[in-house]
Design a protein around this ligand. Structure first.
Ligand SMILES: [Zn+2]
Length: 180
C-alpha cells in the first residue's frame, strides 16, 4: 500500500487489536493514537534515499530490525516527554509501564507498515525484505494487492477507523461507568 491511507488503515487495525488485548478504556485508545502516525515510519526512506545514496527505498529501513531499534528510541522519547503530559486523560498506562506502552505502540505501528508492504510489493516498488539480516531471501513477499488499488486502500482505512471507533466507544463507555 504505497497509499498513505492504506498504511494508516493497516496501522489502525493492528493497533486496535493489540490495544484491545493489552489495555482498557482510554489507555487502549491512547495506544492507538500514539502508534498510528508510525504506521508511516518506514517510508522515511523515500526522503532518506534522496539525501544519502546508500539508503534505498524498501531497504534496511523496511526491516523488523530497523523498526525495533527506531521504536526503542522514539518510544523512550514519547514515554519520557509525551505520555506524562497526557496522564489522566488519554494516555494512562498502568504505573511503571509507560516505556512498554510507548515503545509497543511505535513498534506495532511500524510492523503493520512492513506487513502492508509485504502484501503489496513489488508492483511498482522493490520487494521488501522484512526479516533481513536473518533471512535474506525475498520469499516472504506475498503479492496479493495492487499498490494503488483504491478498494484495498479505502477498505483498509475504513476497517481501521471502524476498529478504532470500537476502542473509542469502549473508552467512552468506561467513563460513563465511572460516572454512574
Ligand atoms: Zn513502505
Amino acid at each position: 500500500m504505497v497509499d498513505i491511507i492504506g498504511h494508516l488503515g493497516m496501522g489502525l487495525i493492528w493497533l486496535a487489536i493489540v490495544s484491545w488485548l493489552a489495555y482498557d478504556g482510554k489507555t487502549a485508545l491512547g495506544f492507538v493514537a500514539l502508534g498510528a502516525p508510525f504506521s508511516l515510519l518506514p517510508d522515511i526512506d523515500l526522503w532518506l534515499s534522496k539525501a544519502f545514496q546508500t539508503v534505498n527505498h524498501h531497504g534496511v529501513v523496511h526491516t523488523i530490525v530497523f523498526v525495533a531499534a527506531a521504536s526503542i528510541v522514539i518510544g523512550a522519547i514519547l514515554a519520557k516527554w509525551v505520555v506524562p503530559r497526557f496522564d489522566g486523560d488519554y494516555l494512562v498506562p498502568p504505573a511503571g509501564s509507560s516505556y512498554v506502552y510507548a515503545i509497543g505502540a511505535v513498534f506495532v505501528g511500524g510492523l503493520s507498515h512492513l506487513f502492508a508492504d509485504m502484501l503489496s510489493a513489488p508492483d511498482i516498488a522493490p520487494q521488501v525484505e522484512p526479516f533481513w539480516p536473518f533471512v535474506e531471501t525475498k520469499i516472504v513477499t506475498v503479492d496479493v494487492f495492487y499498490y494503488n488499488d483504491p478498494v484495498v486502500n479505502w477498505g483498509l482505512f475504513l476497517s481501521g477507523l471502524a476498529l478504532a471507533g470500537v476502542i473509542w466507544w469502549q473508552a467512552d463507555d468506561d467513563d460513563s461507568a465511572v460516572a454512574a
